[in-house]
Design a binder for this molecule. Structure first.
Ligand SMILES: [Mg+2]
Length: 131
């Protein structure tokens, strides 16, 4: 199978869950696609390794948009920003292009752009143990 996993709010909140899942998928001959807005840097890859997350592919929305020569807006702190109508469909398009069987993400707005299965990972910790 081909599994997609977001980093921020998903892997970095529940790393043991996704370490187990990613290792199982790769162990079974599948692919794990880390699919994130953040640029592909040594810092984020080291962070994933430290969390015990193996992956076979890394997709960055930021890197892809820069590659496509979209011009970002820069914040005062140097952060890059792209318009929502450009940014929000990117993960869904990537998953469709690469036939991802299931993608986990904590941003509900992305779901409408998926034709492949999209699993919303809750942002609210209280849903896991409601009592
Ligand atoms: Mg996220």
């Amino acid at each position: 199978m081909k599994l997609g996993i977001d980093v921020h709010g998903v892997i970095d909140r529940h790393p043991i869950v996704f370490s187990n899942m990613a290792n199982a998928v790769i162990g079974g001959g599948g692919e794990v696609h880390v699919i994130t807005g953040a640029p592909e840097t040594d810092e984020i890859k080291d962070h994933l390794s430290d969390l015990g997350i193996p992956w076979t592919e890394f997709f960055s929305i930021t890197d892809q948009l820069l590659f496509e020569e979209y011009i970002p807006t820069y914040s005062e702190t140097g952060g890059m920003w792209f318009p929502d109508d450009i940014w929000n469909p990117m993960k869904g398009h990537y998953c469709s292009l690469h036939n991802i069987d299931l993608h986990f993400d904590d941003t509900a707005e992305y779901g409408q752009y998926f034709s492949t299965p999209f699993a919303l990972w809750p942002q609210d910790d209280s849903v896991w143990c409601p009592n």
